[in-house]
Design a protein around this ligand. Structure first.
Ligand code: FSO
Ligand code: SF4
Length: 542
């Protein structure tokens, strides 16, 4: 195996024997073959579009769900990946028949049947097949960005929001990675991936707010009640909605975990009296927290951490959508117009004890673009009168590396006249520190999930107007972002497309950036890594 798609890549280079995330050599190989199958499907779909022929909507869904399933720690179930490969080959065959000719690239013609076939073929589908390190690096940026984009597009899709232009771009970009393109052309395609990332993030924002209302400032309980509960983790709000409806009146409470926390900010979910609160911390601490929870846990997406010795919750672990884990129960997709069937979780929950309390109190969030812009006058005034010196966008992901204590220290040591704008699971490093308020505004404004980083960009664009500035980079906003998996890659490319410069990215820069590609990002966009808290603080506040 050779995988370097996430921030925790072994030794800062790549995982080559087994993934730090727990991905095996075999699963990694199967995922490489799945990506290869996606490229074959994309080549045919692009050729059909070029001839103005219709493309089966199954292509968009196939590419979206397949890319999503290969994201870091979303799916550990090799059988799912093997089935998806075969589904891709069938779909590719149908498209080939429709086109009436065979395309030349290996991804358009390869055949694998058994698991042994797939594993024997895997090295030919991997990233190391691309010899030029700059081309490989740009392919990685594009493909990892597409994986993140697919994840967000999938959530929008589940709420009935689709955009054929986004699907056509995914096909175009996948297909382009099978062809010899120059480095400048690949840089252009990388930036175009960011442009479509913005479209996907905006689509999901419309899907979420159109379905569940505009997030509003909300205090979320982090203690527990006395009833049995179901814990929902991941990012898919539609799954949560189905579960809340089905648990109503059953005596079972529903708690959020990790990236599901922001669901509490949406008006539509507040009407459920049994929507009890948020349980536990960031994704990487889940083994202990899921063990303590005592009831069923539903994964709607990544991040899944494989069970450790002593963890006994496999029989109360459920996956759905793109997520999967061997031995866990997978809840099948909903049929058109229907709901997913969560009755198995509810039955099991009723026989479980109430969750073990981990902590008590409340956390505050819900500062997505509408809520912050409702406070715009107050914010602008606080900046003009000098009460607020600077905003720090500290969005992105958390992770298990010790070096991430940087972010808690940074938050703690920021001066009182600064405000943190956050989104994503990165916030778990500081959302339970009491950082107080400035000019009546909380010093940590949580917009929501990692996809709500889009909200932070909307806020910046509106503030630019309010201050009468020409350039978003003239605002008193600094970007100190943490990344982990591929959704953060598309968020980064989206921010670059929106013109944001001088983003600091940590705790380490991606291992898949070659020195030359890193140089392009540094010279054109001012991308930088992180140093010590003191050095960075000084530089940011200078
Ligand atoms: Fe985090 Fe995981 Fe949301 Fe990611 S829980 S790390 S970038 O899946 O998507 O922020
Ligand atoms: Fe390693 Fe990350 Fe790839 Fe997992 S996803 S194998 S941790 S680089």
């Amino acid at each position: 195996m050779y995988c370097n798609q996430c921030q925790e890549a072994s030794k800062g280079v790549a995982c080559t024997l087994v993934g730090v995330c727990g991905k095996t050599d075999e699963l990694s190989g199967a995922m490489d073959v799945l990506l290869h199958a996606c490229k074959g499907v994309a080549l045919y779909a692009r050729a059909l579009r070029a001839e103005r022929l219709p493309v089966d909507p199954a292509v968009g869904l196939y590419l979206t769900q397949s890319l999503f399933a290969t994201i870091t720690n979303a799916n550990f179930d090799e059988d799912v990946i093997l089935r998806r490969i075969q589904e891709g080959l069938r779909l590719r065959g149908a498209l080939q028949t429709q086109l009436g000719r065979t395309l030349a690239h290996g991804s358009a013609t390869f055949l694998v049947d058994s698991r042994d076939d797939v594993l024997a073929f895997a090295p030919r589908a991997g990233f190391l097949m691309t010899a030029d390190e700059d081309v490989r690096s740009l392919h990685s940026l594009i493909l990892f960005g597409l994986k993140g984009l697919a994840a967000y597009y999938d959530h929008a899709w589940n709420l009935g929001h689709t955009d054929e232009a986004i699907e056509a771009f995914v096909e175009e970009a996948l297909a382009a990675t099978t062809e010899p393109h120059s480095v400048p052309d690949l840089i252009t395609l990388t930036l175009k991936t960011g442009e479509y990332g913005v479209k996907a993030l905006a689509l999901l924002d419309r899907a979420n707010t159109g379905t569940y209302g505009k997030p509003e400032a909300t205090r979320v309980n982090i203690g527990v009640r006395g009833n049995p509960g179901i814990l929902v983790t991941g990012h898919d709000l539609r799954d949560l909605e189905d579960l809340l409806r089905q648990t109503e009146g059953t005596g079972v409470d529903v708690y959020t975990h990790g990236e599901m926390l922001p669901a509490h900010y949406y008006p539509a979910f507040k009407k459920y009296a049994h929507f009890a609160g948020n349980y536990g911390g960031a994704w990487w601490e889940q083994n202990a927290h899921f063990q303590a929870f005592g009831g069923p846990v539903l994964f709607t997406t990544n991040c899944i951490v494989p069970l450790k010795a002593g963890n006994t919750y496999l029989d109360r672990m459920y996956t759905t959508g793109a997520s999967g884990y061997p031995g866990a129960t997978h809840i099948p997709d909903r049929l058109p117009g229907g709901e997913k069937d969560f009755s198995a979780l509810i039955r099991q929950a009723r026989g479980c004890p109430a969750p073990t309390p981990l902590e008590e109190g409340e956390i505050l969030g819900g500062f997505a673009h509408d809520q912050v812009l409702a406070l715009a006058d107050q914010v602008v005034d606080a900046v003009k009168t000098g009460q607020i010196r600077k905003f720090f966008v500290m969005a992105g992901c958390d992770g298990r590396f010790k070096s991430r204590s940087y972010y808690a220290d940074f938050a703690r040591e920021l001066p009182q006249d600064t405000v943190i704008l956050t989104a994503g699971c990165a916030k778990y490093r500081y959302n339970k520190l009491d950082l107080g308020t400035v000019a009546g505004i909380p010093r940590v404004l949580d917009a929501g999930q990692c996809n709500d980083s889009y909200s932070l960009a909307v806020i910046a664009l509106k503030l630019k107007e309010a201050f009468g500035l020409d350039d978003i980079n003239d605002l008193p906003i600094a970007y100190n972002i943490a990344w982990y998996e591929q959704k953060a890659v598309i968020v980064l490319l989206a921010l670059l497309h929106l013109g944001v410069k001088n983003i600091h990215l940590g705790p380490t820069l991606p291992a898949f950036l070659s020195p030359n590609v890193a140089k392009v990002l540094v010279e054109n966009f001012g991308i930088a890594g992180i140093g010590t808290v003191q050095e960075d603080m000084q530089a940011f506040l200078a």
